[in-house]
Design a protein around this ligand. Structure first.
Ligand code: MRU
Length: 373
């Protein structure tokens, strides 16, 4: 997608130095557009843990490139020591953030590809590069296809409304910044905008890190999509007054049974949507499916982050990005980063293979190869 008219992905290999991976350091957005160099797996792990990069698909791709950086560093090792170094790198990356399943998925995909290199360390390094690039390209194509499928839902609503703008509420940032390109929840929105369908997006601010207010608003603005930022608690009111035609969120982990983990607060939006008969869609690529667990509330690990993220807030002040204390210094704060929306509250899932009910039967109808596992 575009930044000041120039096309970017969120992660790429430095054009004049293949040993360096470059990303956008999202901590500065929307006020500072900073490109960060990643040269070691430790730097990649830190970028994920401290949320220089974020969003389930991008976390997965960063982990895949982190494995490539670990492989480069282990180039002088014997084959067994190389494999051991790769396993340690995988453990380091997987320890950074527990909820987004794309992370483990990408690391496993890297490790599973190594044996095909036949114990040749140079071939293994090439394999990690190729796998990381393939995962990145696949995520781009999957998000593009999510857009192609999801835009039909917007088109139908637009038709029903006689061409009046379709009002879409989204939570957090499931935009191109959370992925490699296009985004998940935003892909149908960008496609609708490209096709000339009038859309307007209600952007939840998404405390505590404000990914909606900071990133979704910024990227929609960069693409000329009409939007309004609202405080997190406004969604229910908007729905009661007929001001939301549909909700589209992303997901950090969706079980094959249809339970959806997403940014904290998503569940409350789904409850309000159900109470007001507003359709609630979740857009995700197949890398975000968890094929092992069946009960989201009981089984999905929910990341708990530092209390400081709740107790402080940061923004631009006199040209500097500053953080200020919001709560009494002594008050404890709890920071659960995700919640689980049970499948019964989800109208449908939008994937690269099409749209399906949020149920085991629905998901397996699109991914029949998983039925046999
Ligand atoms: O904590 P984050 O910013 O990594 O959370 C991820 C998200 O942005 C959302 O939960 C998003 O909806 C899913 S990722 C496309």
């Amino acid at each position: 997608m575009k930044v000041d008219g120039k096309h970017y992905r969120t992660i790429w290999v430095k054009p004049d130095d293949e040993r360096v991976v470059q990303t956008i350091d999202q901590r500065g957005l929307p006020h500072r557009f900073v490109i960060e160099d990643l040269e070691t797996v430790e730097q990649a792990a830190r970028a994920i843990r401290e949320m220089h990069v974020r969003g389930a698909p991008l976390i997965g791709v960063t982990a895949a490139y982190g494995m490539y950086l670990a492989a480069l560093a282990a180039h002088e090792e014997s084959a067994p020591a190389f494999v051991q170094a790769m396993q340690q790198a995988g453990q380091l990356l997987c320890s950074t953030r527990p909820t987004a399943v794309n992370l483990v998925w990408a690391v496993e995909r890297q490790l599973q590809a190594l044996p095909a290199a036949g114990g040749d360390v140079q071939a293994c390094i090439q394999s990690t590069f190729d796998v990381a690039a393939a995962i990145a390209d696949d995520e781009v194509e999957n998000c593009r296809l999510i857009g192609e499928h999801g835009v039909e839902l917007i088109e139908n609503l637009s038709r029903e409304k006689g061409g009046e703008p379709v009002n879409i509420l989204t939570h957090c940032n499931a935009g191109w910044l959370a992925c490699v390109d296009y985004g998940t929840a935003t892909a149908p929105i960008y496609r609708a905008h490209e096709r000339g369908l009038p859309v307007h997006v209600w952007v939840d601010e998404t405390r505590p890190r404000n990914q909606g207010a900071r990133m979704t608003a910024w990227e929609l603005g960069q693409h000329g999509v009409a939007h309004t930022v609202v405080a997190d608690n406004v969604g229910g009111h908007l729905m009661q007054h007929g001001l939301v035609d549909m909700v589209i969120t992303g997901s950090d982990r969706t079980l094959y049974t249809g339970d959806v983990a997403n940014k904290i607060g998503t569940y409350l939006k789904a409850l309000a949507a159900r109470d007001n008969q507003v359709p609630f869609y979740v857009a995700l690529p197949s890398s975000t499916f968890d094929w092992e667990h069946s009960d989201g509330v009981a089984q999905i690990p929910i990341e708990e982050r530092e209390a400081a993220e709740v107790k402080t807030i940061s923004g631009l002040s006199e040209g500097e990005i500053r953080s200020v204390l919001l709560t009494p210094q002594e008050s404890p704060a709890a920071n659960f980063a995700f919640d689980v929306t049970p499948a019964r509250l989800v109208t449908a899932l939008i994937t690269e293979r099409g749209i399906c009910p949020a149920s085991e039967q629905g998901v397996l109808s699109l991914f029949p190869e998983r039925a046999a596992i």
